[in-house]
Design a protein around this ligand. Sequence first.
Ligand code: ATP
Ligand code: MG
Length: 700
Amino acid sequence: MKDSDQITAGLNEEQKEAVTAPRQNILVLAGAGTGKTRVLVSRIAYLVERCGVDANRILAVTFTNKAAREMRDRLALILGEHSSRRLWAYTFHTASSHILRNFAAEAGLTRNFTIIDTADQLSVVKKVMEELKLPAEVWVNNVKYNARNYLQKIMDEKARGNRPGMEGESILPSFYDVYAQYQNRCDKSDQADFEELILRTCELIENQPRVRQYIRMKFQEILVDEFQDTNSLQYRWLKLISGAENLDPEKKPANVLIVGDDDQSIYGWRGAAAENMFYFQKEFAPVKMIKLVQNYRSTKAILSNANSLIKNNTRHLAEKNLITHNPDATMVKLLESYDNNDEAEEIAKTIRKLVDNLGRDPSDIAVLYRTNAQSRLIEKELVAYGIEYNIYGGARFYDREEVKNALAYLRLIINPEDNISFSRIVNVPSRKIGKVTLSKIEALHHEFGVSMFRAAEMYVTKNKSRPLKDFIALIKGFAARLEEIPGKSEDIAAFLKSVITDSGLRDYYQEKTAKEEADRSIDRTGNLDELISDIANRDYLEVEDQGIEAQGMAEPESDEEDDADNSDNKYSLRDFIQIYLASAALMPSSELLKSEENHAVNLMTIHCSKGLEFGAVIIAGFEQGLLPLERYSSFEKEDERLEEERRLAYVAITRAKELLFLSYAQTRMSYYGTYNTGASSFVEELDHNCLDTDLDFLDA
Ligand code: ATP
Ligand code: MG
């Protein structure tokens, strides 16, 4: 047991005020590194310890799953495992996915619904466009649009809360028909895309009084980190979940604490609006407003450069001039190189010196860049200099072909309605099921309105097809095992292992890998093994939350403790697999698998670096054309775009605790040619008293 003194120990006055405020709506608007996330975590501890709120009634919304995990870990240190496991710490998407699963029937889904990924979404859109006799490339006003543009527009519409048939216009021919057909197919396959999770949760709460009532009693306290990057749909979600929408005036809404920094809003291009903080003040009134001004993360030199840069933005919700009592220490360093090859080498050399001469731990060093493409050269040089690195935001592990196919088997096994997975794997590995057979199955599927799998079963009752029969038997055989109660997570791993072996996937990829020998970087069976260990190592604590919720509409009032130690026994293989599939689908590319964490330098885009901190940071490509990035943008006004680029630079700079390097090249060679670039115009806006090019300290 910790009393509040221990919870608030070391916090400054304003932080304490936020942490120990009476239960009410609170807005913490504060700059980078001022302890917003720390306040949020301490507040949860305070609510549990001091106010007697059950951790299970607290919803903490984070921007990434990694942040949610960290939050649980930090809370475990303060409150112990038991409370931290009961906390609902999730992203908007993961929280929505749990809610939808618990109220599947009301939401028009089944408990087994799966989450569709971008590649599968794209193939659905392509198919729909074909059916509607639209060409693969549509020209409008001399601009070419393809399936990707249609998909993007569908997701934009959803993010605005628009269903097909609701208001709106599109220059894309037959857009709303494509949207309607796309949705129809997803619904039939019992699948939901990312935006759908949030939109459908909103509609569920709006339309189902019983669900609303449940949610209202369930969540007493809601806390949201990185609020500046929420879009209008997420804001609607928050109003509904918290009860601030006031659909049931007699019910008391939850208390909501949001923390954010409008100067770090970097998802404007995706519809996020820092203005939501402004609306929050009005629509959740009364709101206690707290500002934090002391930065605990960075040295004076780093901070004064950050302050000096962001002053140039004209749009702020509040002026912030951050101060720090941290030591002066080393100046911010400019690294100039001749071209991008030299830049990559310069970066590798600098890291070598940081590690060898200054004794820095590689995992406390980050290289940040504006665009993914910049990583290739840097990676090459890191390898040449023998520096290990982790890259965040590359191709997702779960998107690799062999991994996707193995997961598609699991999906079809738990959800025979999943037509997309059926089509994906019915002939992988090749079973020599012919095109004619498949088109007949598809015809049955349309004619009788049944799933593809069911249509295949119908097909084999009348026609001979040994391979198809075997395939059906294989899937059904596995499905029959789903209600088994596994003792430990190894059983799930064993299950997946036999799926991979018995389906023939392992042999198939073994052969394929052998053929690809020339390209040593691909180890497909290795990836399948990695998947098996991933499923075995996975932390299944989410099962507990699901279990608590699985009591369905039971009044959440009764605070009976469930015995965490025995909880394993209550869940079937199906439950575990479902949770695994959902969490794999919701793991964005910015996150690593647990097993990939090690003592290595971190490489990531600036967007991925939000909320993180490192002892030493190197920003690559701090140059004209890259930061600010020159490209077609969704912003109407040029200065709005420039301000978002400046906020990106600000986020990047404020990730650094002690050492910061801004690297740029004079020329940049690419596939398209060689350009003169040079230092970013943002360099002019930095604090030149705290900036130099002297690198002698690295040779100490
Ligand atoms: P960002 O805007 O980047 O998300 P933030 O405002 O969430 O930053 P935190 O990550 O919570 O800031 O804190 C920044 C660093 O300062 C962390 O290392 C944190 O532990 C430390 N810190 C915060 N408050 C204090 C304090 N009162 N005393 C000492 N260290 C603190
Ligand atoms: Mg933070």
